[in-house]
Design a protein around this ligand. Structure first.
Ligand code: ZN
Length: 385
C-alpha cells in the first residue's frame, strides 16, 4: 500500500533532480528529498533506485489492441496484443482502435479487450469508429457513444488521403469533427478525431481547412502517421502552429523509415513545436506493402516496443534532451487526450512510472502503484500468456 522509491533522478518530464517518491495505493503522494517514514505499524516497502532514472508511464495513443490488418486477406489479420508486450514497452496507458477492417473487427470486441487490459493492470481507452465514413459506432451516434460508453474518448482512426479510405468528402469529415466536439463536451472527455493520414496528395488539407474556416478548434483533430513523408510533416508543423497536435508513428518496416522518423522528431524540436507532437506505436497494426500498381505484396506487424525505442535513439544521438523527448509519449498525449492524472510525475497523479538504467533501458514498470516489471523481470502476465 505504501512504497517509497529512493534516490532516483526524476523527469516529470521536467528534470526534478534526485528525489524520493512516496506512493500511496495507486497515487503519487509526495515527491521530496529524503522521505523518511517512521510509522511502525504500517507496512512500508522501500526501494533504492540510486543511479536510476524515473519517468512517467508511457501513453500510446494508437494501438490495435484487439488486432488489425487484413489487407492481404483473412490470414493477414493481426493478433491481439498481450499484457507483457505493453509492460516491456513501458506503456501504462493505451488507446485502442480498430483500423482498415471495421467488419470482422467490432467495437464490442475492442471494448472487451480494453476492459481486459484494465483488469490486468494498465489504463485503457478506445476510439469509436474505424477507417470508414460514416463511422461504425456502438449506438448509431458518435455523440451518444461518448455519453454512454465509458471507454470512448475519441473517434478513429478515420482514413483520409488513402487508397484504403472510403474517400470521404470534406462535408462528411466536418460533420464527424463537429459531432466529436459535441460528444467530448457533453461527456467531459477529450473528444478528438484520430485521423489515419495516407500518402495521398491532399494530406491533411481537410483539417487545415476546418481549423481555418470554421469555429471548431484545431485541437479536436489529431492526425497520425504524419511522418510518412516530408510534405506531410510540414503540413503537421503548419497545423501545430494553428494550435493542433499531430502524431508520428514509431513502428517502421525498414531501417530507413526508422531513421527518417528520428530526423523528423529533431526537425519538430528545431521548429519549436515539440510540445504539439506525440508519438504512437500503431502496435499490432499491419505495415502492408503495395507495389507501384497498388497490389499487396506483403506485410509486417507494428511493434509497441518501437515507442520508447525511437525516443531512446533520439536522446542517444543528442538530438533532444531526455526531458523534451519523453514529452512526446507522456505529457503531450495526456494533453491531447485530456487524461487527468496521467503523463506527469506529480502529487495526486496516478502512480504510473517507468524506471530506466543509465543506458536508458527500461528496467522496471509501475502501473497504478503496482510493480508489473522489476529489474527486467515481468511480474504480471496476461491471463492466457
Ligand atoms: Zn492507420
Amino acid at each position: 500500500m505504501v512504497k517509497v522509491l529512493k534516490n532516483a533522478e526524476i523527469f516529470s518530464p521536467k528534470y526534478l533532480g534526485k528525489k524520493d517518491i512516496l506512493i500511496l495505493n495507486d497515487k503519487i503522494a509526495l515527491i521530496e528529498k529524503d522521505i523518511n517514514l517512521s510509522i511502525s505499524s504500517m507496512d512500508i516497502e522501500i526501494y533504492d533506485f540510486s543511479g536510476k532514472i524515473v519517468l512517467p508511464g508511457f501513453i500510446d495513443s494508437h494501438v490495435h489492441i484487439s488486432g488489425g490488418g487484413g489487407e492481404g486477406g483473412f490470414s493477414s489479420r493481426t493478433p491481439e496484443i498481450n499484457l507483457s508486450q505493453l509492460i516491456r514497452a513501458g506503456v501504462t496507458t493505451i488507446v485502442g482502435c480498430l483500423g482498415t477492417d471495421g467488419i470482422t473487427r467490432s467495437l464490442e470486441n475492442l471494448y472487451a479487450k480494453a476492459k481486459a487490459l484494465e483488469e490486468e493492470g494498465i489504463s485503457s481507452f478506445i476510439y469509436s469508429g474505424s477507417y470508414a465514413v460514416p463511422p461504425v459506432t456502438f449506438t448509431g451516434s458518435i455523440v451518444k457513444d461518448f455519453i454512454l460508453i465509458d471507454k470512448v474518448i475519441g473517434v478513429g482512426e478515420i482514413a483520409i488521403s488513402d487508397h484504403r479510405s472510403t474517400q470521404p468528402t470534406f462535408e462528411e469529415i466536418k460533420k464527424i469533427v463537429s459531432n466529436t466536439r459535441l460528444g467530448g463536451l457533453l461527456s467531459n472527455k477529450a473528444g478528438v478525431v484520430n485521423f489515419h493520414v495516407g500518402s495521398g496528395d491532399n494530406g491533411i488539407d481537410y483539417l487545415i481547412n476546418i481549423a481555418k474556416n470554421t469555429e471548431i478548434p484545431a485541437s479536436v483533430m489529431y492526425p497520425t502517421h504524419m511522418n510518412r513523408n516530408k510534405k506531410l510533416l510540414y503540413q503537421g508543423i503548419e497545423f501545430a502552429k494553428m494550435g493542433g497536435y499531430f502524431d508520428l508513428t514509431t513502428s517502421y518496416s525498414t531501417e530507413e523509415g526508422k531513421l527518417k522518423t528520428i530526423e523528423f522528431i529533431k526537425e519538430c524540436f528545431e521548429n519549436n513545436i515539440i510540445d504539439k507532437v506525440t508519438l504512437s506505436s500503431d502496435g499490432q497494426g499491419s505495415l502492408p506493402k503495395f507495389d507501384s500498381s497498388g497490389d499487396f505484396i506483403g506485410l509486417k506487424i507494428g511493434e509497441i516496443s518501437s515507442l520508447f525505442e525511437i525516443v531512446r535513439e533520439v536522446v542517444k544521438k543528442g538530438y533532444l534532451p531526455l526531458e523534451e523527448a519523453i514529452k512526446t509519449i507522456t505529457l503531450n498525449p495526456s494533453k491531447v487526450l485530456k487524461l487527468k492524472n496521467k503523463g506527469q510525475i506529480e502529487i495526486s497523479f496516478d502512480a504510473d512510472l517507468v524506471i530506466l538504467n543509465k543506458d536508458l533501458e527500461i528496467e522496471s514498470v509501475i502501473s497504478k502503484g503496482i510493480f508489473l516489471m522489476k529489474e527486467k523481470k515481468i511480474l504480471k502476465k496476461g491471463t492466457f500468456e
